[in-house]
Design a protein around this ligand. Structure first.
Ligand code: DX5
Ligand code: ZN
Length: 227
């Protein structure tokens, strides 16, 4: 790996959105040894047309997950609620720029609870609206589907945005910010996203629909690492 400026580390974050909800504890254990973080999709049925986990549910899930939790908040009022997820023990808390009136304050609140700060942008949001906030964040999340549901097709047309984010992160922050992609990541698409500069990958259906989810995490990591 030559010009990746410290980006050799690949992180795989299985999303439990489409795992077996009735047996979440054991579903999580199927991938815990192989994964870096468990991705928890919190949807409020306002910011996106779907509801997943309440704050109470999230607390319980974080409590029963043996590896760090990456909370992705698709909620309408992150300025009010994001810090609760950090307080609940999520290692990383990502909120949507489109939903926040005060991203600086919200980032500081998350950090003051000891979590990493992530800011996400939807497919129609340009990277230029997030670029001025890079000083605040530990992770940038470029959505590669419209948020709301698992199992959608990967939007390859987001790759210029990923490349733009990679260039800006490397130019100013030397790879210390993680660059995450979320939506439609599979063995068919992860190499495209990795070559564009992503280093942190959410995968829901690809992992939990596999016969052996743990093996699938390893395969995804191997594929992403080859880029
Ligand atoms: C979509 C969620 C994703 C979703 C990914 O709004 O943010 O994390 O679970 O699922 P797949 O990998 O099936 O696209
Ligand atoms: Zn997500």
């Amino acid at each position: 790996m030559i010009s990746n400026k410290g980006r050799a580390l690949i992180r795989i974050c299985p999303s439990i959105l489409n795992a077996d909800r009735a047996n979440l504890g054991s579903e999580i254990l199927r991938v815990s040894n192989e994964s870096d973080l468990i991705h928890l999709d919190v949807m409020d049925n306002i910011f996106v047309p779907n509801f997943t986990f309440s704050l109470e549910d999230s607390r319980r899930i974080i409590g029963q997950t043996p590896i760090p939790v990456d909370a992705h908040l698709m909620i309408n009022n992150p300025d009010q609620d994001a810090a609760h997820y950090a307080k609940a023990g999520a290692k990383s808390v990502t909120f949507h720029l489109e939903a926040s009136q005060q991203p600086e304050v919200t980032s500081q609140l998350i950090r003051s609870e000891g979590a990493r700060v992530g800011i996400a942008i939807k497919p129609k949001t340009a990277f230029s609206s997030l670029a001025p906030l890079l000083e605040l964040v530990d992770m940038v999340l470029i959505m590669t589907v419209e948020p709301g549901f698992g199992g959608q097709s990967f939007m390859e047309d987001m790759m210029p945005k990923v490349r733009e984010a990679r260039a800006e992160i490397d130019r100013k922050h030397f790879g210390k910010i993680w660059l995450q992609v979320d939506g439609g990541i599979s063995l068919e698409t992860i190499d495209v996203a990795s070559s564009a500069g992503a280093d942190t990958f959410v995968a829901g259906s690809a992992v939990f629909k596999a016969e052996n989810p743990g093996d699938m995490v390893n395969l995804l990591r191997a594929k992403a690492s080859k880029q």
